[in-house]
Write a protein that binds this ligand. Sequence first.
Ligand SMILES: C[S@@+](CC[C@H](N)C(=O)[O-])C[C@H]1O[C@@H](n2cnc3c(N)ncnc32)[C@H](O)[C@@H]1O
Length: 294
Amino acid sequence: MADVSAHYDGSAPSYHEQYDADLIWKNAEYPANYFRLQKVIEILRDRGVSSVYDLGAGEASPIIAIREALSVDIRASDLSPEMVRLGKDNLTRHNMDPDWLTLVDIKDMEAIKVEAGRLGQFDAVIALGVIPHVEDDEWFVKAMSLFLKPGGTLILQFRNSMFSMFTFNRLTKEFILEELMAPVPRKFRDVVEADLDQRLAVDKPPIRRREDGHGYDEILSKFNNPLELAEVVKSQGFFDLSYRWYNFHPTYPMVAGGIDAQEYRQGQIDLESDTSWRGMFLCSAGMIIATKAH
Ligand SMILES: C[S@@+](CC[C@H](N)C(=O)[O-])C[C@H]1O[C@@H](n2cnc3c(N)ncnc32)[C@H](O)[C@@H]1O
């Protein structure tokens, strides 16, 4: 498996573009992270937090936007040296302290404990786009909790495996055979597999590779089942859980090309305000919001 840090070192220089409001209509790729950040700011504002820790903060654009919107104390860390280098520049350019962002691997339990001991606890801890790259979900939530005050807010983003029930492609096949039918005998699954190979577009979606061999689909970039992840969060002493969905797909991706691109994007943006159950199937990503028990 290719290296997560090398992947993000490579994408660090253009990462800020995802948060550029002027590019919402111009970028070929839907700026899902822009909308995610608006929702995070709204949640933090509603909860009246005054300090935020960002795990896997990238080149600091989100945490800077959060401070500018809410005047909160911020601290952050990331695994990728290039993200951290650019993030420190970014903080300096915004008249903020570059030392607020440090280089830490969330998988390094000792380093995380030292960092949490050094910084103390915050009103909110966020991790956006990070858990897909870490195998151990339980440790991930535990690590977030170390930085969080009792009564504080956790915002945990994940790639949504339930979206595969709306994509009718290879991801659907994998979800049905490996997750939904996991307890069913192999013989039954073989029959279903042969049928799904006829019904589904199993050659889609294309695998995202990069010339240097560190493309997004070449590194660990796992999906989470939202219901299972919620159980992990609860098991680590959190309550009052809710979901917030983003990156809405008004049609399944492989037929989106049949609709005018601007009209399609407007359809995506319009759905971003939907807070119903539909997000669990129409969205490729979501966030769990939860409160840490006292
Ligand atoms: C999708 S990016 C998101 C960056 C930022 N949170 C944002 O919302 O713009 C994922 C980030 O997680 C970081 N990351 C991945 N694995 C990590 C780990 N084990 N420890 C700390 N950060 C990690 C990457 O370096 C990258 O900057």
